[in-house]
Write a protein of this length. Structure first.
Length: 199
């Protein structure tokens, strides 16, 4: 791997990171240049941006404060400024169907597994391998907790993220939202799984 790609540091987030992490999440999920959005939508997001960011900050603070076992928020920082997160992801425990690829959900057996959410890289730092490094760090964390599978959701139309997950070895486990897809043409949510090699 080129040296500039391996120079990021991954660490556990601390309460001082909440401001930066919420900025990365708001920027990535509401204002990302990756997605084509209508001009009016962009204006609306700009107007409510401080509110959105504040809501995300409150959510993060409460998760940080809860001290739940098997919860982690990882951040990537650049050596030039180790206190400044440039990317983040969270891991928690979540119920997923014991068996994927079923079209019905009534009566499905559910099991708790580690689950990745809120993966985002600040737009200025994308395509340098940061997300890949965060995902690998998440795998190490989950193995330390004693688990051997990781799950996450991705929207069908988020091709960038799907490329990334494909690249690091996640596989399709389940398709959700088929009804919305067929009736309202809303993108489905794909549940992805990665089986981790033993330590
Ligand atoms: C998706 C996201 C996290 C990727 O972060 P990143 O740090 O740029 O990804 P990486 O540099 O680690 O990419 C690793 C691999 O993923 C794939 N990939 C990443 N970005 C891509 C893009 N824009 N187009 C095509 N493939 C891409 C490539 O295979 C890449 O490997 P390569 O650079 O050797 O070709 C980032 O674009 C982002 O924050 N998006 C907005 C938030 C989001 O959608 N999060 C995911 C929610 S499920």
């Amino acid at each position: 791997m080129p040296s500039q790609f391996s120079s990021f540091t991954i660490r556990q987030a601390n309460p001082r990171d909440v401001g930066y992490v919420s900025e990365i999440l708001t920027e990535s999920f509401y204002r990302s240049a990756d997605r084509q959005v209508h001009f009016l939508h962009r204006c609306f997001v700009d107007m409510v941006y401080p509110l959105l960011r504040y809501g995300i900050m409150l959510d993060l603070s409460s998760r940080f404060g809860e001290k739940t076992p098997c919860y982690a928020c990882l951040v990537a920082t650049h050596p030039a400024n180790k206190s400044l997160p440039i990317a983040t992801l969270e891991i928690c425990m979540r119920y997923v169907p014991a068996q994927g690829h079923q079209n019905f959900w009534l009566g499905r057996e559910m099991q708790q597994h580690p689950y990745i959410f809120n993966l985002a890289v600040h737009p200025h730092w994308r395509r340098r391998g940061v997300a890949k490094q965060l995902l690998l760090a998440a795998e190490r964390t989950v193995k330390q907790w004693g688990y051997s599978q990781l799950y996450m959701h991705v929207l069908e139309d988020n091709q960038t993220a799907r490329n990334l997950y494909d690249h690091v070895g996640y596989q399709m486990y389940d398709r959700e939202g088929n009804l919305n897809y067929w009736l309202l043409r809303k993108p489905r949510r794909f549940l992805l799984q990665k089986k981790l090699r033993s330590i």
